[in-house]
Design a protein around this ligand. Structure first.
Ligand SMILES: NC(=O)c1ccc[n+]([C@@H]2O[C@H](COP(=O)([O-])OP(=O)(O)OC[C@H]3O[C@@H](n4cnc5c(N)ncnc54)[C@H](OP(=O)(O)O)[C@@H]3O)[C@@H](O)[C@H]2O)c1
Length: 240
């Protein structure tokens, strides 16, 4: 992908990695639409980034995703890149966790990107050159026991991404995976003790993760694993 003059929709683009993707991709001459759930954050994004676009979606809700699809493709018929970035990570103790707590994480990290891709795919297949990029994680390959459903849902997304790529071979849709390592954008919600363990892991600046993503897509690397993620993938393979 040239990543110039493309029209790119990023789920979860109002903060963190998605926000950095949005600003860097817009600087390259792309039209960028971000999404989020919180109306306040969307309003703040519109105020601080007047040349970019923002639409609301709940990625786990089919009606909301279909509404996003109608709004985005009506206003941006040339939309040709979908980045499934929205995600969440929480510490879970199975002995005490509620069912809602557990299903939320699987819904946002795995069912969400699958649903969004499913709804946007017919449109992407009509574009001369298009792409889906799914954001997984380095700990998809090497489970982090404090956040078991995060690792499991991201490994599921990794596997789904591989199958999607195989099924779309020969079409106009290229399928990419970005597996960031731990970054300077904190996302883990856990106790002080949990966080003390996480704090030992080195962090990659979010800007570097996004630079790896842009270079990787431009070089047509289907699996982009910046920094520690490469090592985690290797260790994960040896362990299996
Ligand atoms: N941060 C890291 O160190 C790290 C490392 C590896 C992988 N990743 C992955 O990178 C991605 C981005 O992480 P981040 O740390 O930048 O996240 P973040 O700052 O917490 O931002 C998450 C974004 O996703 C949106 N979002 C969350 N749940 C959603 C839902 N159900 N429906 C629609 N939008 C939703 C949020 O919007 P609202 O605020 O409006 O809810 C927000 O815009 C995630 O997939 C994460 O798993 C992150």
């Amino acid at each position: 992908m040239r990543l110039q003059q493309d029209t790119i929709l990023i789920t979860g683009g109002t903060s963190g990695i998605g926000l950095e993707m949005a600003t860097r991709l817009a600087e390259r001459g792309n039209t960028v639409i971000v999404t989020g759930r919180s109306e306040d954050r969307l309003a703040e994004f519109r105020r601080t980034h007047p040349s970019l676009h923002a639409l609301a979606v709940e990625v786990t809700d089919r009606a909301s995703v279909e509404q996003l699809y109608r709004a985005a493709t009506a206003e941006f018929p040339g939309l040709n890149i979908l980045i499934n970035n929205a995600g969440m990570m929480q510490a879970i103790d199975f002995a005490t966790a509620s069912v809602d707590h557990i299903t939320d994480e699987i819904s946002v990290n795995l069912a969400g990107p699958v649903l969004v891709t499913q709804v946007f795919l017919p449109h992407l297949l009509e574009q001369p050159e298009s792409a889906v990029l799914n954001v997984t994680s380095g700990i998809a390959y090497f489970p982090f026991e404090k956040a078991p459903l995060y690792s499991a849902s991201k490994l599921g997304l990794h596997s789904y991404t591989q199958s999607l790529r195989a099924q779309l071979e020969g079409t106009s849709v290229a399928v990419y995976e970005l597996a960031p390592p731990r970054t300077t954008q904190p996302m883990f919600s856990g106790s002080e003790a949990d966080n003390a363990q996480v704090d030992r892991v080195p962090m990659m600046p979010v800007a570097d993760v996004v630079a790896h993503m842009i270079t990787g897509m431009r070089k047509n690397r289907s699996e982009i694993r910046p920094g520690m993620s490469k090592l985690l993938r290797l260790i994960g393979k040896i362990r299996l």
